[in-house]
Ligand binder design. Structure first.
Ligand SMILES: Cc1ncc(COP(=O)(O)O)c(C=O)c1O
Length: 414
């Protein structure tokens, strides 16, 4: 009996793309039970930015367990939570002059987005939400409803109080006019309470927004008392170089959703950063059993202390991002016939090959070359590259060479 086929739901997905049985992992390499080693340019859909089994964080986790420290704590006070809160203040909030409080929520990105939407409604009294084509915010009823990338899936949710604006790469007057009109509109009788945006879209195809547009969103929302929610679940925690993908753009969000890589070790953890004056929750108004993963607090605090006390990692990610982009440009020039588009921000990069089957064939050919890459974007035409941001530069070059080879072979098959 194959227990996966016999016992697991048909909904399983990634295992069909990568039909190996994985066993161990270190940094950017995962090893199957038959000993085959794969380079992982998917990194847990962005949850493993600090690599598989980051040795510094593994040591902290082992010490935590051996010492019998608290593991689960709801939102009671614990030593590890205090250390985590102080590390966030010292390494993330204070250096960026962010006067924000930290709301821990149940352990998924979707829960953080749910909480952000509810708070925006509480603060503004308005339920309707503006989002963007290609966005992805989760699989709960409300987060799926505001995930334009889910449209068309048979079971996707359809809350009416949502409107999706087009993705904006280079802002134009008509984009700004549409933004103004939309922010002033009502949706299903509801005024707009929040705009939610991924400054660099992940599932939408590694698409960074024009920073000028992000600034315009901020200004126009401020003028109307609409909250700006930055969904940094995939692009945050250093994925694009800076800790937040919106840094330097002027988006200046009111609420920031974080999850995926925030624990550093791939442990379940999510939180929102909330502008202090907007923190109008009453005690217990938003809850959840798994808001106190102390193992994750411990590894997260150490991740922040290890990687965010200086700009070394940020510069390294930017450098690696340039390496990836130039490799993708070269692949486009060589194989794209003018149809491929390389894009991205830091180490959230993609190669849009403009064809669903070709993108799928490239991912399959990559797997044959022991490289793990996923497809994403409208029509699944983009091959997404999301290696750990701590990847060894030789391994990065090796993975990019395997990708080139995979593109060359998939092109021949067509
Ligand atoms: C930008 C963004 N927001 C939210 C989510 C949902 O996170 P989760 O799958 O942990 O609910 C994701 C997941 O891919 C994401 O990429």
């Amino acid at each position: 009996m194959n227990p996966f086929d016999e016992l697991e739901s048909n909904v399983r997905y990634y295992c069909r793309r990568w039909p190996a049985v994985f066993s161990t992992a270190h940094n950017s390499t995962i090893t199957a039970e038959d000993g085959t080693e794969y380079l992982d340019f998917f990194a847990g859909a962005g949850a493993l930015s600090y690599g598989h089994n980051n040795p510094v964080l593994v040591e902290i986790a082992i010490a935590h367990l051996r010492a019998g420290k608290i593991l689960h704590s709801l939102d009671t006070y614990t030593v590890e939570k205090r250390r985590f809160l102080e590390a966030m203040e010292r390494h993330v909030l204070a250096p960026r002059q962010l006067d924000m409080v930290i709301q821990t929520v149940g352990p998924t990105g979707a829960t953080a987005v749910e909480a952000a939407l509810q708070l925006a409604q509480l603060v503004t009294g308005n339920r309707a939400v503006v989002g963007f084509d290609g966005s992805y915010h989760g699989m709960t009823y409300r987060t799926a409803s505001i995930s334009a990338s889910m449209a068309g899936r048979t079971t996707s949710a359809h809350l009416k109080e949502f409107v999706a604006l087009p993705y904006v790469r280079d802002v134009s007057e008509s984009d700004l006019e549409l933004l103004d009109r939309t922010l002033d509109s009502t949706v299903d009788g509801q005024r707009i309470g929040a705009v939610i945006i991924e400054s660099t879209q992940g599932e939408g195809g590694a698409r960074p927004f024009d920073p000028l547009y992000l600034r315009a969103v901020r200004e126009r929302c401020s003028a109307r008392g609409i909250l700006v929610i930055a969904d940094e679940v995939q692009a945050g925690v250093g994925r694009t170089g800076a800790f937040f993908s919106f840094e330097g753009s002027g988006l200046d969000p009111d609420i920031v959703c974080l999850s995926k890589s925030i624990s550093g070790l791939g442990l379940p953890m999510a939180l929102n950063l909330v502008r202090r004056d907007l923190d109008t929750w009453t005690p217990g108004e938003f809850s959840g059993t798994f808001r106190g993963n102390n193992l994750a607090f411990a590894t997260s605090a150490t991740m922040l202390e290890t990687y965010w006390a200086d700009s070394h990692l940020e510069k390294g990610t930017e450098r690696r991002g340039v390496t990836v982009r130039s490799a993708l440009d070269e692949i486009s020039d060589t194989f794209g016939n003018g149809h491929f588009v390389a894009r991205g921000n830091g180490l959230l990069c993609g190669l849009d090959v403009g064809d669903t089957q070709l993108a799928s064939n490239i991912a399959a050919a990559a797997f044959e070359r022991q490289l793990i890459v996923e497809t994403c974007g409208a029509g699944d035409t983009t091959v997404k590259l999301l290696p750990p941001i701590v990847i060894d530069e030789d391994q990065l070059a090796d993975g990019l060479a395997r990708l080139r080879d995979a593109v060359a072979s998939a092109r021949q098959v067509r």
